[in-house]
Design a protein around this ligand. Structure first.
Ligand SMILES: NC(=O)c1ccc[n+]([C@@H]2O[C@H](COP(=O)([O-])OP(=O)(O)OC[C@H]3O[C@@H](n4cnc5c(N)ncnc54)[C@H](O)[C@@H]3O)[C@@H](O)[C@H]2O)c1
Ligand SMILES: [Zn+2]
Ligand SMILES: [Zn+2]
Length: 361
């Protein structure tokens, strides 16, 4: 039997979001219905509302979520009703050319639930990132559910579903930060701060946080930055070189998504160093770099999709480290809010007042 729940809908471009009744079908083959306990508010939800992702309104927003599996469809064996899970937006297929080569974190054929959730009048909803978790319950592909230790608070666990995993993974998976490395992180929002936390976890000796907002630099220091640079006042490339013996950082992580900050990252790394682009640019942005510098400086220029994470490998590991007190994921939760407060949370996010507002159900 399909069931009716409350969910946050973005009805049309730039229209305020509102809570409406959502019809959630019973799970079909390979699907699961999850009772949502917490869901973080991410910039991507705001992009959906603004029409910046696509025009498939109405959207059911929310995608950084954790909850309890309520029911599963035929053929689902990896999760069962009662399991505490974090939702991911890259359920790997196991069959594409990346999966078959043993690199499932690059899976080129990730999937979502086949059935659609609807409004009560039958209008089909587009769930944000194939999740749609600003809702009491949501329907996903079972592969989007990753079991973790239920001892963790759901508000904290859900954050691994998107931005925090993207940042930690940019450092530990894509950037391959190791013991003793110097790291610079440009842009210290939720993603950049998570890259700082990941670098600390990996044993980086020096972690330089760069932002244009002093409030962000204060938080970055609390999360693990050893040095901070306000790039509105100081040339960040010069400052990072000065802090690294005149050479530049071993790994520079760009967590803004703009050509000028990418260029800073490019020149702020040591010879043979690594640049990781985790910030998402818009389609109109272009980069102009002397090719001789690309060649002459050597090293690796990489981008990081979702922190190159493999949910089944990374989510339980990071939750365990958090529960052991070795990774403070709680620092990313600025406030907890109710379902009908998402619009106000977008406003606070826009003004840079919060790292993450988390809807708790
Ligand atoms: N690659 C992925 O899989 C993935 C996943 C989630 C988010 N992202 C992207 O990561 C980026 C950051 O996300 P967020 O949630 O942390 O956003 P955010 O808005 O919270 O943080 C951005 C930070 O960059 C700072 N900033 C802005 N312009 C700057 C500049 N010129 N120089 C230095 N700092 C500057 C801001 O002050 C802010 O602290 C976004 O582009 C987002 O789309 C990528
Ligand atoms: Zn695949
Ligand atoms: Zn997100």
């Amino acid at each position: 039997m399909a069931q009716e729940v409350r969910g946050v809908i973005a009805p049309g471009k730039n229209e305020p979001v509102r809570v409406e009744t959502v019809v959630v079908p019973d799970p079909g083959p390979g699907e699961a219905v999850v009772k949502i306990q917490a869901c973080g508010v991410c910039h991507t939800d705001l992009h959906y509302k603004q029409g910046g992702i696509n025009d498939d309104f109405p959207f059911l927003l929310g995608h950084e979520a954790a909850g309890i599996v309520e029911s599963v469809g035929d053929g689902v064996t990896d999760v069962a009703p009662g399991d505490f899970v974090i939702l991911n937006w890259r359920a790997v297929c196991g069959q594409c050319r990346a999966c078959l080569r043993g690199r499932p974190w690059y899976c080129f054929n990730t999937h979502n639930a086949k059935q659609r959730m609807t409004l009560t009048d039958g209008t089909e909803l587009s769930p944000a990132l194939g999740i749609g978790a600003f809702a009491e319950k949501t329907l996903v592909a079972a592969g989007q559910c990753t079991k973790v230790d239920p001892a963790v608070s759901p508000a904290v666990a859900g954050l691994l579903g998107c931005g925090v995993m993207a940042g930690i993974g940019a450092a530990i998976n894509t950037g391959n930060v190791g013991r003793g490395d110097s790291v610079a992180v440009i842009g210290c929002g939720g993603v950049g701060d998570a890259a700082i936390a990941g670098s600390r976890l990996a044993g980086a000796a020096k972690i330089i946080a760069v932002d244009i907002d002093d409030r962000k630099l204060t938080t970055a220091r609390e999360i693990g930055a050893t040095h901070t640079v306000n790039s509105r006042e100081t040339d960040p490339v010069e400052a990072i070189r000065e802090l690294t013996g005149g050479f530049g950082a071993d790994v520079v992580i760009e967590a803004v998504g703009r050509p000028e900050t990418y260029q800073q990252a490019f020149y702020a790394r040591d010879l043979a160093g690594t640049v990781v682009l985790v910030g998402v640019p818009t389609p109109d942005m272009k980069l102009d770099l002397p090719l001789i510098d690309v060649f002459g400086r050597g090293g690796a220029l990489k981008s990081s999709w979702y922190g190159d994470c493999l949910p089944s490998r990374d989510f339980p590991m990071l939750i365990d480290l958090h529960l052991q007190g070795r990774l403070d994921l709680g620092a990313f939760v600025s406030e907890t809010i109710a379902l009908d407060e998402v619009e106000a949370a977008f406003e606070r996010m826009h003004h840079g007042d919060v790292l993450r507002s988390v809807v708790v159900l």
